[in-house]
Design a protein around this ligand. Structure first.
Ligand code: ZN
Length: 83
């Protein structure tokens, strides 16, 4: 039988606990956001005047509505689509 003092036993318990914590933490870092939703190239913009929805290139900060020809600034630049 292995004789183990209390100090070495507590150190072994602490080491096993830290090892278990690292084994749970590393996969969380690895698989954090593997498939985050994002717009591919275009974003959807909605006209504030007539509520017509249309696509706009992502670097554009102004748009003209194709339905009513109203020009306005694009305010919402999120990574998600709003319906
Ligand atoms: Zn419009």
């Amino acid at each position: 039988m292995i004789s183990l003092s209390l100090d070495w036993f507590l150190l072994a318990v602490l080491g096993v606990g830290l090892l278990a914590l690292v084994m749970l933490w590393v996969p969380q870092l690895w698989f954090r956001h593997p498939h985050r939703w994002s717009n591919s190239e275009l974003q959807i913009c909605r006209c504030p005047k007539c509520h017509y929805s249309f696509f706009v290139p992502p670097q554009q900060n102004q748009a003209a509505c194709p339905a009513c020809k109203e020009r306005f600034r694009i305010r919402c630049r999120g990574n998600f689509l709003r319906y």
